[in-house]
Design a binder for this molecule. Sequence first.
Ligand SMILES: [Zn+2]
Length: 236
Amino acid sequence: MNMVEDLVAAYRILAEHGVIDAYGHVSVRSEGDSKRYLLARSIAPELVTADDILEYDLNSNPVEPRGRESVRERFIHGEIYKARSDVNAVVHNHSPSVVPFSVTRVPMRPIFHMAAFIGKGVPNFEIRKAQKGSDLLVKTPYLGQALAKTLGKSPAALMRGHGSVTVGETLARAVGRSIYLEMSARMQLQAIAIAGPRGKIVYLDDSEIQASVPGQDYNRAWPMWRAKALASLKPR
Ligand SMILES: [Zn+2]
């Protein structure tokens, strides 16, 4: 139950921070069975309650559909869990400040310590390389596999003209990375605007990235985010 509650909180936290709109989603690998994961049915994130959480196998088939509609892009989650045994939580979002980096040749860079993970690499998934003329949605196992391949060992990947995906060993880490990826994108845009086209921007260097990333688990923020999110839930 706690894990379901954590996941419900994660949806609401991401909505509160403007990271997911009516269409983003977040999943967590099942505690008792690493070959399954939990994800909400197709519903706006701010409305998610425990009753909306479904369990899926890694081929993204619902274990007990209960007549509920699944999100079409669930293959993002299943295929990443298959490819990454170190990942226990996945967030897919359309966070607005990140999208411009997915359509230009300007890479996201590690600009501040809370998003140092960006220095580990944020590849950009070009869906055209996998399928031409798509609606940009990752709604087949094949596209999920192609995205997981682009993600590789990275903590996040952009999705050209669509959004991004962030992963973590814990739900707190995947959620925190999504929030700080959006924040970092805004900061980088601001720094570029201030510095001008030829201005120098000082990004974190490799040694600072190595020193910052291991401790960046967002575990201090998580209980606060979670408590606020669950306080908004009325007893059912
Ligand atoms: Zn999407």
